[in-house]
Structure formats: structure tokens, C-alpha cells
Design a protein around this ligand. Structure first.
Ligand code: ADP
Ligand code: MG
Length: 454
């Protein structure tokens, strides 16, 4: 992409190494604040205790139910752990109607219990005792493995009468109302913990779980001595505990203003959780497409794009009016395009604007814009990960990752690794592995470890 004016226009998305270094420093500071009892309340990254203190050893066995709620799909899973690091999973996805997303908590949990009931009947396990792990991926203060108080909704959910409530109890009561007496809720976790557990099941060096999907968050294995708020008796018996960083909220106190753009501010203003999850809003799937839409609209208005298009007014109108028209999945398709034909990009421009004739230069420019937005996201994830890897400070640290953005974007992994290499302490080796169904297998593993101790 040769156009110097567009380069200048997109410059605010390009973070310099010194800006990234500053983000890295601020992030490390927030982690320390989150773990310390005196500063915890003021920290952006709350570093919640998960109460998961054992990683799997691969020998876990048995049948478990898992629920996965926390973004685009709601799933019910039946996980059979078979020992020898092996598991089989059957699952079903259930839509959550929009009116339930923004209805009451009771409606939401009754809906969940109904789907669960349908599932166990369909799988013909309705009569057997089944421990259940619930992957609930919203910020929660955990008071025990089964007790988890919702702090606030994110990612488009907004159910009334649920904030500050115990999600474990809400689920248990809804299951009881439905009459499924053989299902026991044993553990609540979020998708990052599920991902870490699921990857640790296959690779003993896994210490970090990362999600880049609808939202973005990470968890990691911390020494109990560094976790002020953990009950003393839990520090005596075990050396480690998984910490749910809730890093999506990094920046909520203003620490990222020096890198945020006007586009980020508009994305935030249009969301139901204004002023919250500001790091997440620069990174995750729910927002990347919108960032491109907003930048593309402005670039078009300023005559940096579609200069020769007969369709320019239509393009401006679509970009202005159709919030969400530019899907995050389109960033992946565009970056996967091959030179010089730009088949995907041309198709996307046709889909969006009905343009018949597409100019190759516009394709190149749009691709450049997508790269800037995705690269910024990957760089921000990378400095957070480097911060965690350096805290863990073991010779080999494996990071387990889940989420459609990481999985499907053709360059996200490569962008992340380049920046991680700049920030990870020399001498520490890191690797990134893709999680296999962390929310399902991981929930079963947490439940399995819990039932072993029971
Ligand atoms: P969740 O986080 O809800 O469990 P996913 O991990 O599937 O679900 O992430 C969903 C998000 O990923 C959505 O915001 C969607 O825009 C984005 N997404 C889906 N497909 C792709 C893709 N091919 N490339 C990049 N992002 C994608
Ligand atoms: Mg998920």
C-alpha cells in the first residue's frame, strides 16, 4: 500500500515500541495492584481468585456435564474423560433469543435449565448422576468453586436482577425448578480457566489461558504467596492458584487514553457498557469490525478511499447508517486474500455496497486498514501476555488460546508472536497452543478435580 495520506490517516492505530512498552509497564502495575489487598479495589485488572488450585494430570475419568455461556453461543456439553489425556465430547448449541439477553435473570436461567433438560434427555443420560461445570464468562467475584457473584454484564448481555447475585445459586435453583435432581453444579469457572485447564490436560507446561473471541480475557497460574486475598488455609495446602485477570477492564481508569483513538471512543459510546472493558474494546471480535467500519467511513469522507468509484454516495450511506455491517470475520477474509486478485476483498465490497466494478487500489487500501486494526489488537494482547509470562518466570511457558478471532484470523498469531518476542524476558521460552474446546473439556476437568477432592 503506497498512499502516504492513508498511511498518515491510519497512524493512530500503529503503536510504537515505546508506546507498547508503556502499556506493558502499566499493565504489570495493575496486576500487582489487583493482587494486593490494599490496592485491589482500585485496580483495573481485578485478578480474581478462581479457587482452582490443581492442574489436571491427565488421569481424570468420568462423565460430566458442562455449560458454556459467555458470548455468541450458548452450549451444553457431555464430556467423557477417559484418562490418558483423552476425552470425548458431544455438544449442542442453543440460541439465546434477544428478549432473554436483555430480560430478567430468572428468564435467562430458566432458559438455560430448559436447554440442559432437553440435552440430557436427548443424550439419554437424564437418569444418571452427573456433576456439572459451568463456564460463565463474565466478570465475577468468586467466593468458592461453586459460589460466584456476578460483578457486571459485558458483551451485550444485560439481564436484570443478576448483578451481585450468586450465579451458582441461580443455576442450581433453575435446575431444581425443572426437576433435574441428578445434576449437581460442582464448579463455576470462566472460559479462560477452562482453556488453561484443557490445554494443561495435554501439555504440562501450560500456565496461561487466553480468549480472543467475542471478548478478550486471560488467566494464569500464580503463587499463592502473591495472592493477598486468598484464605490462609488455602495457602497452606497448595502452592498455586489460577487467577482470572479480567484484563478486558484494563484502561477503565484512564490508563489507555494515550493510545485510544476517537474510533475507540465511538465504539465505547455505542455499547451498553459505556466506559467499561476499554482494553477488550480495542481487541475483541465484538468490536474490530466496527473499528474498521468507522475508520473506513471517515477515510471515504476525506477522499482517501473509493476516489474513482461511481458508487461513493451509496458507500458513504451504508457505512454511516449500517452499524455492524462490517463484520470482524471480514478482517480475516481480507487478510487471507491473495495478491493480486483480491477475490475476497472484491466480494466483500460487492456484498457491502453492491459495487459492480471494484478498483484494485481500493482493495489494497482496505486491506491495509484491516491490517492496522488487527495488528494493534494483536500487539495489545501480546504485551499483556508478555507481562504474565514474565511474572510466571519459568523456563518454558505455554499459553493456551481459544476464541474465533485468534483461531480464524490468518495473521493474529504471527502478529502476537513478533511483539511477544520483544517483551518476554530473554531466557524464557514461550509457546502458544490452540485450545480444543476449553469451555467444555476445561469445565469437566475443573468439576473432575473438585469431585476427586470431595
Ligand atoms: P465466544 O467468544 O462468544 O465464545 P467465539 O470465540 O466464536 O465466541 O468468538 C465470536 C467472535 O469472533 C465474534 O465477535 C465474531 O465477530 C468473531 N469471529 C467469528 N468468525 C471470525 C473470523 N473468521 N475471523 C475473525 N473473527 C471472527
Ligand atoms: Mg467461547
Amino acid at each position: 500500500m503506497q498512499d502516504p495520506r492513508l498511511k498518515e490517516f491510519m497512524k493512530e492505530f500503529t503503536l510504537s515500541d515505546s508506546q507498547l512498552k508503556e502499556v506493558y509497564n502499566r499493565f504489570g502495575n495493575e496486576i500487582r495492584k489487583g493482587l494486593n489487598k490494599d490496592t485491589h479495589a482500585k485496580a483495573d485488572t481485578k485478578c480474581f481468585i478462581t479457587y482452582v488450585q490443581d492442574l489436571p494430570n491427565g488421569d481424570e475419568r468420568g462423565k460430566f456435564l458442562a455449560l458454556d455461556l459467555g458470548g455468541t453461543n450458548f452450549r451444553v456439553l457431555l464430556v467423557t474423560l477417559k484418562g490418558h489425556h483423552d476425552a470425548t465430547i458431544v455438544s449442542n448449541t442453543y440460541p439465546i433469543p434477544q428478549e432473554i439477553l436483555v430480560g430478567t435473570g430468572e428468564q435467562l436461567f430458566d432458559h438455560i435449565a430448559k436447554c440442559l433438560d432437553d440435552f440430557v434427555k436427548a443424550q439419554q443420560v437424564g437418569e444418571s448422576y452427573l456433576p456439572l461445570g459451568f463456564t460463565f464468562s463474565f466478570p465475577c467475584v468468586q467466593l468458592g468453586l461453586k459460589k460466584s457473584m456476578l460483578v457486571r454484564w459485558t458483551k451485550g448481555f444485560q439481564c436484570s436482577n443478576t448483578e451481585n447475585e450468586d450465579v451458582g445459586r441461580l443455576l442450581k435453583e433453575a435446575i431444581a425448578r425443572r426437576g433435574n435432581t441428578e445434576i449437581e453444579v460442582l464448579a463455576l469457572l470462566n472460559d479462560t480457566t477452562g482453556t488453561l485447564m484443557s490445554c494443561a490436560h495435554r501439555n504440562a507446561n501450560c500456565r496461561i489461558g487466553l480468549i480472543v473471541g467475542t471478548g478478550c480475557n486471560a488467566c494464569y497460574v500464580e503463587n499463592v504467596d502473591c495472592v493477598d486475598l486468598l484464605e490462609p488455609e488455602l495457602k497452606r495446602t497448595k502452592k498455586k492458584v489460577i487467577i482470572n485477570v479480567e484484563w478486558g477492564a484494563f484502561g477503565d481508569s484512564g490508563l489507555l487514553e494515550f493510545v485510544r483513538t476517537d474510533y475507540d471512543r465511538i465504539v465505547d459510546k455505542m455499547s451498553p457498557n459505556i466506559g467499561q472493558q476499554l482494553y477488550e474494546k480495542m481487541i475483541s471480535g465484538m468490536y474490530l469490525g466496527e473499528l474498521v467500519r468507522l475508520a473506513l467511513h471517515k477515510a471515504t469522507k476525506e477522499n482517501l478511499m473509493f476516489l474513482r468509484s461511481a458508487n461513493k454516495n451509496k458507500i458513504l450511506e451504508v457505512l454511516n447508517k449500517e452499524v455492524g455491517c462490517f463484520k470482524t470475520e471480514m478482517l480475516s477474509r481480507i487478510e487471507a486474500d491473495t495478491f493480486p486478485d483480491f477475490t475476497n476483498t472484491k466480494n466483500i465490497l460487492k456484498e457491502l455496497f453492491g459495487s459492480e466494478k471494484v478498483n484494485i487500489e481500493d482493495c489494497q487500501k482496505l486491506r491495509f486498514m484491516c491490517e492496522c486494526v488487527a495488528q494493534r489488537a494483536a500487539n495489545l494482547v501480546a504485551v499483556g501476555l508478555a507481562g504474565l509470562v514474565n511474572r510466571i518466570n519459568e523456563p518454558n511457558v505455554v499459553i493456551g488460546v481459544d476464541g474465533s478471532v485468534y483461531k480464524h484470523h490468518p495473521k493474529f498469531d504471527a502478529y502476537m508472536r513478533v511483539t511477544m518476542r520483544k517483551f518476554v524476558t530473554p531466557g524464557i521460552k514461550f509457546d502458544i497452543m490452540l485450545s480444543e474446546d476449553g469451555s467444555g473439556r476445561g469445565a469437566a476437568l475443573v468439576a473432575a478435580v473438585a469431585s476427586r477432592q470431595k
